[in-house]
Design a protein around this ligand. Structure first.
Ligand code: URP
Ligand code: ZN
Ligand code: ZN
Length: 481
């Protein structure tokens, strides 16, 4: 294991630039970027010929080792982060669930215990806010300042489970503004969905497709618009997770045009799969039960255009894997009991490259921005992570754009018995992945160590306030106004 590595012959791609250069890595950091860098005898040469050299992917949305829907996600921090690394991701931000009446810090400690000694790449946590009271209010500053958790998740759906009311959401937004955090929402109208689900079941509509039909896109648009307006009223910042449809994009775009700090994420599944896949026989549709659900195909163009135009800013995997046999089948006779979620952590970068860059829907630099840089900036990791620059962590992926492959459960590394993208042809593959300068994947083989991933404390949300001048402007112009 060499602490000095020189990556040569690759094409560097950042969120803004594409250029040929070498990268020198020392003690886990990038220490030089330049043309024709000369190694000494202690330096290992890493040949990136023919490849793109990009900052490691940062996945802002994962659920590992998480109890949900009467079971626990199939991937834990060992299998999930290993699969993430195969897919070119070097940092994840996982959702820490909380429970009413339980100190937030205890939930965080529980999530630390799940990850420690297991993670193969770096990780941070978002924290769910399900209630607002004196205890929560007292803990929030410590959670942000000392624990490095600067994003909170509020669920507007999953009634009687995670759902919070508008008052809780609004107060979370107010506190996030005050303390410097980003509020994330699962935006669907949980009350109306709950009613539609009960009505469908009462009428004997139990198959997986009814999961989608009882969660119409209008209810995602409504909740997105409501959350965005509450954020505007609180003069706060909002990040809408897993945006799936035109109605939600429209709300985000409208509020952004008015100058509000509203951000949106979508996921590979909503860009490439549509609702018709849920209407297959033999319960096959259960494999594709996500909330919000897959939409009709027409929404995909809207999502791609929103990524291209900047109306949506990030790609999360929303990795929440359940086996088809033994987990998804909990809902064999009742779609509302199918655990919601699917396996995506390994395929995020590849699908975005193949379906996005290769098909001309986004540029190479947008790909890096969506999958890494913008995530880093929004979630307080920049400039430590998310770009290629002197002084940053050497989280680096060599991505070979010439590899053609087929996504399949037979070859993936996620701990789950099916692939949501089975049979999809993709062009391009991460071949070598470094986390803080150490191999996690080397020539498409695992070379990492469970437990080498480190917890990353994140900075506060940066609302982009003007940097105070060192001296007042009046002093600069001699006091003349
Ligand atoms: O179906 C999904 N998205 N499962 C994960 C939990 C969530 O809502 O993000
Ligand atoms: Zn969600
Ligand atoms: Zn999720």
């Amino acid at each position: 294991m060499s602490t000095r590595k020189l990556i040569r012959n690759g094409v560097l791609v950042t969120a803004s630039d594409t250029f040929e250069a070498d990268i020198l890595i020392e003690k886990g950091k990038i220490t030089q970027i330049g043309i024709g860098l000369v190694p000494d005898e202690r330096t290992e040469i890493v040949d990136a010929a023919g490849g793109y050299v990009i900052p490691g992917g940062i996945d802002p949305h994962t659920h590992l080792d998480m109890p949900f829907g009467g079971t626990v996600t199939a991937d834990d921090f060992a299998t999930g982060t290993t699969a993430a690394a195969f897919g070119g991701t070097t940092t994840i931000i996982d959702f820490c669930l909380t429970q009413k009446g339980r100190p937030l810090i205890e939930s965080l400690q529980e999530w630390h215990a799940k990850a420690e000694g297991k993670a193969a790449i770096d990780y941070g946590f978002h924290l769910m806010i399900g209630e607002m009271n004196d205890q929560v209010l007292e803990e929030l500053p410590q959670i942000i300042d000392e624990e490095g958790v600067s994003s909170f998740k509020v669920f507007m759906a999953y009634k009687n489970q995670f759902q919070a009311d508008d008052g809780i959401l609004f107060q979370t937004l107010q506190k996030a503004k005050e303390y410097g955090a980003l509020v994330m929402v699962h935006a669907e109208n949980g009350d109306v969905i709950d009613l539609l689900v009960r009505q469908a079941l009462a009428e004997g509509r139990t198959e997986p497709i009814h999961h989608a039909l009882t969660r119409p896109s209008m209810l995602e648009g409504e909740a997105t618009g409501r959350a965005a307006r509450l954020a505007a009223l609180a003069d706060s910042q909002l990040y809408v997770v897993h945006v799936t449809c035109a109605e939600a994009v429209e709300q985000i775009a409208r509020m952004r045009e008015m100058g509000y700090r509203i951000w949106g994420e979508t996921c590979p599944q909503y860009l490439t799969l549509d609702q018709s896949i849920m209407d297959q026989p033999d319960f096959e549709g259960a494999k594709y039960v996500w909330s919000p659900p897959l939409r009709e195909a027409a929404h995909q163009d809207v999502l791609w255009n929103a990524l291209k135009s900047g109306q949506l800013q990030t790609i999360g995997s929303d990795h929440c894997s359940f086996n088809f046999k033994g987990q998804k089948d909990l809902g064999k006779d009742d779609f509302s009991k199918i655990p919601n979620g699917g396996p995506v952590i390994e395929d995020r970068l590849s699908i975005l490259y193949s379906e996005g860059v290769v098909k001309g829907r986004i540029t190479l630099n947008q790909w890096v921005d969506l999958c890494s840089t913008r995530v880093s900036k929004l979630f307080g990791l920049f400039p430590q992570k998310g770009t290629l620059a002197v002084g940053t962590d050497a989280d680096i992926v060599i991505f070979d754009p010439s590899v053609n492959r087929v996504i399949s459960a037979d070859t993936h590394h996620m701990n789950v018995d099916y692939s949501a993208f089975e049979g999809m042809q993709v062009q391009g593959c991460p071949v070598t992945v470094l986390c803080r300068g150490e191999y996690v994947i080397r020539d498409r083989q695992y070379a990492g160590t469970a437990g080498s991933g480190q917890y990353v404390k994140r900075n506060k949300y940066d609302a982009g306030a003007p940097i105070p001048m060192k001296q007042p402007v009046t002093a600069l112009n001699g006091g003349r106004s």
